[in-house]
Design a protein around this ligand. Structure first.
Ligand SMILES: [Zn+2]
Length: 842
């Protein structure tokens, strides 16, 4: 059977660059032929085709069956139900007692006992379209399983090697299908070839088009959650992260030393450098062009090579020059897919060799890291952080769950305290003590900073999680009283025979309950003014379900939805009257019917796929209302009147012709709601709502006025950094009487990325959110960019005819973890129709 497979493989292969698995491996590997090679299972040789995830799974499972050195487990599932695998390779003796070795390793890390084995984790292709990593993984696994060399035997006796063969299986398969289906019998390296230019969306991201290599800290997705659990279970000494890059040479870390996060220790840089000598030696011996200590950085802790650095591990980023087909005409000459795979095999093995030889130093480093963290905690100048729930226990609970997943210790506050003018109450606040093992990571998750050694960032410069969740927090100079026995908050359950049910809007899950009610055909009214009932104060946006205005025989449905809401932690207050204690009565027109929605989301070419994915994820996973997703080219064939909302995220919309622009404006005039973010907001400013027509053209970007004259060539990078906003946190003032801002306090943090400025509205009542005078809270924004934002609107919602256009200068759904700003977007969707005309009489 095996021979037949190989024979077939040779017949169908396009293999001009085929290489047997053995030829990727050291000459002295002495491979045991009873352990099946990748090609014996795949039917083709590595480098011939892009491996699909099921084939990768099947091969590694076979390896685990045939080799006593290999064990395999499923750690989770992707959205598309692909298994997330963890392959562990070690000696047969170690495999028999993995759990006790793991425990002694964790104890050793704390106590400094060096006897426990070294733990090295090799991670491949978190970006699914950087597939040389996942195609290298089976070769590395086979080598470790099959080699009879003394070196490999010794290595496995002393090392536990964890292989994560595909960090992003959904993206890997999306890309493998793309690449394989565009593969010619004879490969084409021409860069204009279709195979080198993926259609939208690329395989880089996961199912919802998120970059999983930014999700190690926010943990929005199941892939990251499964991985972080295993990371902390194993606490590897070294962890690798294999990518592809647009640069011509192979990159390995360290990155730019001045761009390492200040909380990462100098010893980490030294260990990374020590390991780098092994990569350099290996690549030099093969004549591979490489670079290090340039271009990339180790700043944002949400990346796979940086997160380990604040957890006592050494994270190493590898970047192999990009290749989408079997051959690619790089500027520096053609590159084959086999070479790309080979390079990742080389650096996987150089990592193992380096880690093995530096084993004692790595173990000492890990213990030392936690000691250094303790010393820093002792000098911190404060004892704890306190985080309040901001009257939304669900949002706070979600943030505390993220801390828990990162092994950050916290306790419930048990007596009231005041700090920084804020009151924190028992049952509504948590305390994170400074004296704990994970102080470093806790600090990285909470702190803000505005001064940096280097103003260039590969990714965002700020991510403070309490700010992203818009929760009150403070540093405490004394540890307050805490408890671990505080019962979880219980939601008010609905009473069956009530006349009115009220759902406070500031609850994180209230919008999904609203959607459930709308789906059930329930008439829901939202408060446009604050009121109170039975001593409970309700703010604007609170949802009111009146039994008396529903269709007959619907009471069962209503109660079912409300009961489900309560089991999910959403409080539903029940009343036997329409009479309010203060504020307008429930029967007044200050409560407005929320209409059902049917949103259209523009996706595809021209639309930024991350932003489209964030909108999709928000609606599908969190609101329970999947948007109808359509491309810009289809838009002109669609009857917009079939939809209530048009959602346009950041992207290039200049391709939308004049006729369609007129149609969209007319649809808004008839009652449509257009929600446009960043460049789409700028585009929306070109729409003409005047009946006589107007002459506006879409503007594409916000260029900064330049009075700097002649500059030094070498200052280009710094000047560029001053003009771009890579991602920082800014403060904004909120008009919470405006439906877009219902449920918010007077001031809130926003995430600012990009330089979009909104054209001011002529209507003084249409700007519910604007930047403060001096808005920078955390991260880097160049001085001139900061000045131009000062006091400017961040969100504008303008009525045009019967409809509405909401413009966002920033993405309120950034990476799915800005739970604090997502409500602005959700409010625009559900409460957009409630916004009244606000034109003052002349
Ligand atoms: Zn990458």
């Amino acid at each position: 059977m095996r021979l037949l497979t190989i024979a077939l493989g040779l017949l169908v292969s396009s293999a001009s660059f085929a290489m047997s698995s053995a030829s990727y491996l050291p000459a002295d590997a002495d491979l045991d032929t009873s352990i099946p090679s990748p090609e014996s299972q795949l039917g083709w040789e590595p480098g011939d085709w892009r491996i699909h995830h099921p084939a990768l799974v099947q091969y590694l499972q076979t390896l685990a069956e045939k080799s006593d050195r290999v064990s395999i487990k499923e750690t989770g599932r992707t959205y598309e139900q692909r298994p997330l695998l963890q392959v562990i390779i070690s000696s047969e003796e170690n495999q028999a007692k993995l759990e006790s070795l793991r425990e002694s390793h964790l104890k050793g890390a704390a106590s400094g006992d060096l006897k426990a084995p070294l733990v090295v984790w090799l991670g491949y292709s978190v970006h699914g379209d950087e597939a040389s990593g996942s195609n290298a993984a089976p070769i590395v696994a086979w080598y470790l399983a099959a080699s009879r060399s003394e070196y490999v035997k010794e290595l496995l006796k002393n090392t536990i090697i964890i292989i994560d063969p595909s960090l992003n299986p959904d993206g890997l398969d999306r890309f493998s299908s793309w690449s394989n289906s565009n593969q010619s019998l004879t490969s084409v390296g021409d860069r204009n070839g279709r195979i080198h230019n993926q259609d939208w969306p690329p395989g880089r991201t996961n199912h919802y088009l998120f970059d999983l290599n930014r999700d190690w800290l926010p943990l929005v997705h199941p892939e990251s959650r499964a991985r972080i659990t295993e990371f902390h279970r194993w606490l590897p000494h070294v962890i690798t992260d294999h990518h592809e890059t647009g640069h011509d040479g192979y990159f390995f870390q360290p990155g730019v030393p001045t761009r390492q996060h200040p909380l990462t220790t100098p010893e980490n840089l030294e260990m990374t450098r020590a390991l780098a000598t092994y990569h350099a030696k290996s690549l030099d011996s093969a004549g591979v062009m490489f670079f290090s200590e340039d271009t990339y950085d180790d700043f944002y802790y949400g990346k796979g090579s940086t997160y380990p650095d604040i957890n006592g591990s050494i994270g190493i980023l590898f970047e192999q020059p990009r290749i989408n087909g079997l051959v690619y005409n790089r500027v520096s000459g053609p590159l084959t897919f086999s070479e790309a795979i080979h390079n990742h095999v080389r650096t996987s093995l150089s990592t193992l060799e380096g880690a093995y030889e530096l084993s004692a130093e790595l173990k000492k480093y890990q213990t030392g890291f936690f000691q250094t963290t303790q010393q820093r905690a002792a000098r911190a100048g404060f004892q704890a952080w306190v985080i309040g729930d901001g009257n939304d226990s669900a949002r706070a609970g979600e943030l505390m769950d993220i801390f828990n997943r990162h092994q950050v210790e916290y306790h419930a506050l048990s007596s009231e305290i005041t700090s920084g003018g804020q009151v924190f109450k028992p049952g509504h606040a948590w305390v994170i003590p400074v004296k704990q093992r994970q102080f470093g990571l806790a600090q990285a998750m909470i702190e803000t900073r505005t001064t940096f050694a280097d103003n260039t960032f590969y990714d965002v410069s700020a991510w403070s999680l309490p700010m992203a969740y818009n929760l009150p927090y403070a540093k405490l100079s004394r540890l307050p009283a805490t408890t671990d026995n505080s019962p979880p908050p219980t939601a008010h359950a609905p009473e069956q025979n009530a006349v009115a049910w009220v759902i406070p809007w500031q609850q994180m899950h209230a919008p999904s309950v609203l959607q459930d009610l709308l789906d059930a055909g329930v008439r829901v009214r939202a408060a446009t003014k604050p009121f109170s009932m039975g001593g409970v104060a309700f703010s604007e946006g609170s949802l009111v379900v009146l039994a008396g205005i529903q269709d007959e025989n619907r009471s069962g449905d209503i109660l079912e939805v409300l009961q489900q809401a309560a089991t999910r932690g959403v409080s539903v207050h029940s009343y036997n009257t329409h009479q309010t204690g203060s504020g307008p009565g429930l029967g007044t027109s200050h409560f407005k019917i929320v209409p059902a929605i049917k949103p259209l989301l523009i996706v595809g070419d021209g639309v930024r796929s991350y932003d489209a994915g964030e909108a999709w994820h928000q609606m599908d996973q969190r609101l329970g209302v999947p948007p109808v997703m359509t491309s810009m080219t289809r838009l002109k064939n669609i009857n917009l009147n079939d939809y209530t909302h048009l959602l346009m995220v950041n992207g290039r919309y200049a391709g939308i012709g004049k006729k369609l622009r007129q149609d969209i404006a007319a649809w808004v005039g008839d009652g449509g709601i257009l929600i446009a973010t960043q460049d789409a907001a700028t585009w929306a400013e070109s729409l003409c709502f005047e009946s006589g027509g107007c002459d506006k053209k879409p503007v594409e970007e916000n260029t900064m006025e330049d009075e700097s004259g002649i500059m030094a060539y070498a200052d280009f990078d710094d000047q560029k950094a001053q003009r771009t906003i890579g991602g920082a946190i800014v403060s904004a003032l909120v008009d919470s009487t405006h439906p877009v801002a219902f449920g918010y306090n007077k001031e809130m943090p926003l995430f600012r990325r990009g330089t979009t400025l909104l054209q001011a509205s002529e209507n003084p009542f249409a700007s519910p959110v604007r930047y403060t005078e001096d808005p920078l809270v955390s991260g880097y924004i160049g001085e001139q960019r900061l000045t131009e934002m000062s006091n400017q609107p961040a969100v504008i919602a303008e009525r045009h005819g019967k409809g509405l256009v909401v413009r966002f200068a920033n993405n309120p759904l950034f990476r799915g973890f800005w739970r604090g700003t997502e409500r602005l977007w959700v409010n625009s969707i559900y409460f957009g129709p409630l916004i009244g005309t606000t034109e003052l009489p002349q």
